[in-house]
Design a protein around this ligand. Structure first.
Ligand code: ADP
Length: 165
């Protein structure tokens, strides 16, 4: 797209992507010309994720294949630096229950110091996803809970393979 395209990034570990993430991604894609879904590939977290970076990216890509203006990329630098690198004007995040607020408020202050020119934008979680997080889905999968309506089909299948006891 042209140099004046309004670009946003949607960062996360996406380990794995859930329907809650997808809700935020789809809504954000409707607000900006381009959306870069930034998947954390932090060396410190190596081995700390259930799925490696390639698989997490693949899940994100297949779940968002119909979104013409969205693409997924790995990142291993400060999110504000990554945002600047791709020419983004905003970092879009989802806000669930009150618990997300404190953390996000703190991160917002820190990021703003690093890059006052990049705005952080928060979309409220949709009601049906307000209690959905990747760690909860992994726990459910471990104990054979029903996860089909919480994550895309390929993700549900892989979670069961990796975790079901
Ligand atoms: P999680 O917190 O599920 O492990 P990430 O670290 O990948 O997920 O989070 C990436 C972003 O997605 C964060 O801004 C987080 O608040 C948001 N997010 C995650 N799950 C949801 C949800 N169910 N509804 C709205 N936003 C969400």
């Amino acid at each position: 797209m042209s140099g004046s395209a309004r670009i946003a990034v949607c960062p996360g570990s996406y380990d794995p992507i859930t329907n809650g993430h997808l809700d935020i991604i789809r809504r954000a894609a409707g607000l900006y010309d381009e959306l870069v879904i930034a998947v954390v590939n932090h060396p410190v977290r190596k081995g700390g994720t259930l799925f490696d970076i390639e698989e997490r990216l693949e899940f994100v890509r297949s779940a968002t294949a119909d979104l013409q203006n969205a693409r997924a990329e790995p990142f291993d630098i400060l999110i504000v630096e990554f945002a600047r690198k791709v020419g983004a004007i905003a970092i879009v995040k989802g806000l669930r229950a009150i618990s997300d607020f404190e953390y996000e408020f703190e991160m917002n202050q820190l990021n703003r110091r690093q890059a006052p020119d990049i705005e952080s934008v928060y979309l409220m979680a949709s009601e049906q996803y307000s209690f959905l997080r990747s760690s909860g889905v992994k726990e459910l999968a471990t104990f054979g809970g029903k996860i089909d309506n919480l994550v895309p089909d390929d993700v549900a299948r892989r979670l069961k393979e990796e975790l079901a006891r």
